[in-house]
Write a protein that binds this ligand. Structure first.
Ligand code: PGA
Length: 266
């Protein structure tokens, strides 16, 4: 974590919580953070509900001025038209989404999204004034064959080729073997790959983009291991799946500055 980059803790709910449950959850999360004296200027919190919840969560955030950025989990590469079931970035922007996740490994696996599709979706996000959170990561097999950095760096290169150096984006390093497995990468592994990804940004988009772009780690992040990740220079936050569905866990992760000084490694 570099003090120039405001950390981002992003909760990817995946296909969990309907719109009624989302309202109760966001209210409880806001109360828990307020009680714990959460400082919004220190850490940005994003919530990424399913599409059907976005309007409810947006209304709640606005009505109660809650300190949460809203994001979606996916978008179409197209702006509008005959694309049954797809959601345009323009619609997300109209709901005041700030962020959208692109290239999550579950979409790559479930929907056959290639690097080129991820690049087109990321480009569409920028076009609609959304900040894409570009997910990259290697499988256990890739790790064995090529080490940790090669596949994520290759994936990032394809996506960055579709963007301009002045575009704002976030990168999330999510090793597939760590997602939902309870087996997080070590903080040193996360740091090594985050550094390699930052080097790719530097090579393709220059120093200013490399120094300002936030790189998140994702994969079995919990309140017990967040401090170790956040102590690393090139890790600027976390993309949290399972633990983002627990108010206690997610609020503890977002309050990592209160426990980051503990001598905690993972
Ligand atoms: P996890 O998921 O925290 O449940 O491992 C992370 C993600 O898929 O973004």
């Amino acid at each position: 974590m570099d003090t120039l980059r405001r950390p981002l803790i992003a909760g990817n709910w995946k296909m969990n919580l309907d719109h009624l449950q989302s309202i109760a959850f966001v209210q409880k999360l806001a109360w828990a953070l307020k009680d714990a004296n959460y400082q919004a200027n220190e850490v940005e919190i994003g919530v990424f509900p399913p599409f059907t919840d976005l309007r409810s969560v947006q209304t709640l955030i606005n009505a109660d001025s809650l300190p949460f950025a809203l994001g979606a989990q996916d978008l179409s590469m197209h702006d509008e038209g005959a694309h049954t079931g797809d959601i345009s970035g323009a619609f997300l922007r109209a709901l005041e989404c700030e962020y959208v996740i692109t290239g999550h490994s579950e979409r790559r696996a479930d929907h056959g999204e290639t690097d080129e599709v991820v690049a087109a979706k990321t480009h569409a996000a920028i076009k609609h004034a959304l900040v894409p959170i570009i997910c990259v990561g290697e499988s256990a097999e890739d790790l064995e064959l090529h080490g940790a950095s090669k596949v994520p760096c290759d994936q990032l290169r394809v996506v960055l080729a579709s963007l301009a150096p002045t575009d704002t984006y976030v990168v999330a390093y999510e090793p597939i073997w760590a997602i939902g497995s309870g087996q997080a990468a070590t903080s040193s592994q996360a740091q090594d790959v985050a550094r390699a990804l930052r080097d790719v940004i530097r090579e393709l988009h220059g120093d200013s983009a490399a120094d300002s772009t936030r790189i998140l780690y994702g994969g079995s992040v919990k309140s017990g291991n967040i401090a170790g990740f956040m102590k690393k220079d090139d890790v600027d936050g976390a993309l949290v799946g399972g633990a983002s569905l627990s108010v206690d866990e997610f609020s503890a992760i977002a309050r990592f500055p209160q426990h980051v000084t503990l001598d905690q490694e993972n």
